[in-house]
Design a protein around this ligand. Structure first.
Ligand code: C2E
Ligand code: MG
Ligand code: MG
Length: 479
């Protein structure tokens, strides 16, 4: 490329311009941090130096948690300022011999150029996490952000820049999976997972186009009367080679790569479509609960998507329940509440899933238009064996009831658990004790029989795994 210089430019001007252009080529325009090119360069030099001196270095991959949400809800200008603030904070965490770079989006890579032991990297990572957490004051907003960090160390995790960055990225992904706001060191197994993840991403898109997803339906019961109150729709991937794949194996990946948006839309539409088919056939499926992940809920088109699906499937919003986890609800309380209100105004019921796993906030529950909480199965599992679980479970039930919210227990597997929940006035129950998730056809048989008949059939029912409701006490009034 030829650049025409003005005639009157002096040698000094030309030098300054050349300098400026070199700077631009090596720095990120938004934060003025070194970009990928300069980082690769510095990393390569640092590796050579570490090799010469027999020292170590660490690469820390930093990804801001839920940045997209802030960008989407508050606008790009605020998002940009937040990234600048994060860049400044990161610079404050490191020594002058270290490099903080921005890879693009909300991803930063920090090179800790001279560490003597892995503990140094741990200290560095911990410092980054705490430094970023302090509130960022941007325009009139006070923003709190967390980050997920992945660390790779030279020479044990890789001998060249590309490998080290790649492995720090894989470790970061693991940190996200383990609940965010944490750091992870690279482990060999992650490399395998990163490769699997890539092929999984492609597989998920293919699955969507080829109709390989199915929904299973798990019944929910009123614990006082024993009647069916509805179903939870749970997605499965009918993989041509691997058989039925559980959501835990692909939903997190789908969330990470964004393909959860079309998958989630598919699931919501399919659940409403199926619910309406049952209603048109004169069956009573009760309320249909659909799980919505954070990425979907925070996506721009979420509310419109729900409206469109309800209209197109003709499914009455009053029969739709949306399940969101505590974690999703506790982030960014204000925008979340406005979306919840809009759903509520449509008539949709709102349920907090996996409730009681550590993020619950009584005041939040009180302020938000939540209809029901679903006690997490990890609590239900130990309800009869661990006094702490029993105490927490009964406190959760009591608290939710005092706020006039419904309480559903998930993962009910035994008669004793069921008895405990009934004794503590839990409203609804769901779990293997009553029935496993089954395909639409099998669920239709349950509906076709009429639920109370199915209940009365008890163990002799045609559903081998379902309805252990021969428990006579169950059918009477609450104890
Ligand atoms: P979840 O919403 O908490 O769903 C309950 C999970 O507990 C289901 O696992 C269900 O099969 C399982 N379960 C039910 N009864 C029992 C029991 O008695 N004992 C035990 N141990 N487990 C029981 P599943 O179907 O594997 O789903 C796992 C998670 O995947 C769900 O947890 C939900 O968070 C997510 N998921 C499922 N379908 C969708 C979907 O369509 N969209 C999104 N975004 N997430 C989904
Ligand atoms: Mg659920
Ligand atoms: Mg749950």
């Amino acid at each position: 490329m030829q650049i025409a210089l003005p005639n009157n430019m002096t040698a000094d001007d030309a030098l300054a311009l050349a300098h400026q252009m070199t700077h631009l080529a090596h720095h990120d325009a938004l934060t003025d941090l070194p970009n990928r090119i300069l980082l690769d360069d510095r990393l390569t030099q640092a590796i050579a130096a570490a090799r010469r001196h027999g020292t170590h270095l660490a690469v820390v991959f930093v990804d801001v948690d839920h940045f997209k949400h802030i960008n989407d809800s508050l606008g790009h200008a605020i998002g940009d300022q937040l990234l600048q603030s994060i860049a400044t904070r990161l610079m404050g965490c490191v020594r002058s011999s270290d490099t903080v770079s921005r890879r693009g989006g909300d991803e930063f890579v920090v090179l800790l150029a001279n560490i003597t032991q892995t503990e140094d990297a741990v200290l560095g990572a911990a410092k980054i996490l705490t430094t970023l957490q302090a509130p960022h004051h941007i325009a009139e907003h006070t923003l709190q952000v967390n980050a997920s960090l992945g660390i790779s160390v030279f020479p044990s995790d890789g001998e060249d820049a590309e490998t080290l960055i790649h492995r720090a990225d894989a470790a970061m992904y693991q940190a996200k999976n383990e609940g965010r706001n944490s750091y992870q060191f690279f482990q060999q197994a992650m490399n395998v997972r990163a490769i699997e993840r890539q092929s999984l991403e492609g597989g998920l898109r293919h699955a969507l186009e080829h109709g390989e997803f199915v929904l299973h339906y798990q019944p929910k019961f009123n614990l006082k009367s024993g009647t069916l109150t509805g179903a939870e729709a749970l997605i499965r991937w009918r993989h041509p080679d691997r058989g039925l794949v559980a959501p835990a194996q692909f939903v997190p990946v789908a969330e990470h790569c964004g393909v959860i948006l079309p998958i989630g839309q598919w699931a919501l539409r399919e659940a409403c479509r199926q619910g309406q088919i049952w209603r048109d056939a004169g069956l009573w499926p009760g309320r249909m609960a659909v799980n919505i992940s954070g990425a979907e809920f925070r996506g721009n088109g979420f509310l419109d998507g729900v409206r469109t699906i309800l209209r197109e499937t003709r499914f009455d919003p009053h029969y739709l329940q949306i399940e969101l986890t505590e974690r999703v609800l506790m982030q960014e309380a204000e925008p979340t509440i406005s979306v919840l209100r809009a759903l509520k105004a449509m008539g949709v019921q709102l349920v907090v899933d996996d409730f009681g796993t550590g993020y619950s906030s009584l005041s939040y529950l009180q302020r938000s238009p939540i209809d029901a909480v679903k006690i997490d199965r990890s609590l239900v599992r130990h309800i009869n064996t661990d006094p702490d679980a029993a105490t927490i479970a009964s406190a959760v039930i009591g608290m939710a009831k005092s706020l006039k919210r419904q309480v559903i227990a998930e993962g009910v597997e035994t008669r004793d658990q069921c008895a405990f929940l009934r004794a503590h006035n839990c409203d609804e129950g769901q779990g293997y004790y009553f029935g496993r998730p089954v395909g639409a056809e099998e669920f239709a048989k349950i509906l076709d029989m009429g639920v109370s008949d199915a209940v009365l059939l008890g163990k002799g029912s045609v559903f081998p795994s379902s309805y252990h409701l021969d428990d006579v006490a169950f059918l009477g009034a609450a104890p």
